[in-house]
Design a protein around this ligand. Structure first.
Ligand code: ATP
Length: 256
């Protein structure tokens, strides 16, 4: 087995109960390097609960999570980050008044090289802007400059900056929670292109989406949840958008 055959992220028999509510029951999934896996399901199917267990916001009731073939214990968001898992939540958690570079470096600021200025908490803004520009170029993200405040960017550009922050630090597993939900056609196209760029750079992407066309265009495989259980694990080239909707809803179509 080569390194590329080992899933970078593997979830086995994962369950999460909230009191009597079985939000997830015995769910398995795996994602490989450079693979985009869609996580699909109707409202309440368990998608958010599953990604929260992987990103350390919830503690699973039972089950195993492996990263690069090794079992890991994820009890906090920091544990998930330490394993190389970053999540871009729908709220994005960007600071509107701060510029692109400062947002990319939030909690990872580069301090001034001069020891005195460093001790006073001065940031090396020039180094941060240069590194931010490098990250954005690598991801082919187009923003006017690293110095522009986030509040002046479009929704798609903000999404791209949030994704850049997630993967710009060598993280190799990224969970994207409906990244195009609030975007128009053109902006969604850019975000989908960014997802394909991540794929080409070997990042494993777990994508929650309700947009079947986007799933068909960007994903390699889809895991479908229904009432907290896995209802399907399909290769995208083998299915149509209609097949995916049927798996999500549990509809049984008469044979043609
Ligand atoms: N904190 C909680 N306490 C109790 N029940 C919860 C909690 N979070 C989720 N649930 C329940 O778990 C089930 C799965 O919810 P979840 O939010 O994971 O679904 P989802 O697939 O993400 O739905 P949506 O697409 O609407 O966001 C639902 O029945 C929901 O009511």
């Amino acid at each position: 087995m080569t390194a590329d055959d080992v899933p970078v992220l593997e979830v086995e028999n994962l369950s999460k109960h909230f009191g009597p509510v079985e939000a997830l029951s015995g769910v398995d999934l795996s994602v490989r390097r450079g693979e985009v896996l869609a996580l699909l399901g109707d409202n309440g199917a368990g998608k958010t609960t599953l990604t929260r267990c992987i990103s350390g916001l919830y503690r699973a009731t039972s089950g195993t999570i492996r990263v690069d073939g090794r079992e890991v214990q994820i009890a906090t968001p920091q544990d998930a980050r330490d394993c190389g898992i970053e999540t871009v939540h729908q709220g994005l958690a960007l600071v509107g008044k701060m510029d692109v570079a400062s947002n990319l470096f939030l909690h990872r600021e580069i301090f001034h090289r001069n020891p005195l200025l460093r001790a006073l908490g001065w940031l090396d803004k020039r180094a941060m802007a240069a590194e931010a520009t490098r990250i954005l170029e690598k991801l082919k993200v187009r923003v006017p400059s690293a110095g522009v405040p986030i509040e002046r960017l479009s929704g798609g550009q903000r999404q791209a900056v949030a994704i850049g922050r997630a993967v710009g630090w060598g993280k190799h597993i990224v969970i994207l929670d409906e990244p195009t939900a609030a975007l128009g056609v053109e902006q969604s196209k850019h975000v989908n292109e960014l997802i394909l760029t991540l794929k080409s750079q070997g990042v494993a992407v777990l994508l929650i989406s309700h947009n079947m066309q986007h799933v068909i265009e960007t994903c390699d495989r889809a895991v479908v949840l229904r009432h907290g259980r896995k209802a399907g694990d399909v290769r995208i080239p083998d299915v149509t958008a209609r097949d995916l909707v049927d798996l999500i809803t549990g509809a049984v179509r008469a044979a043609a």
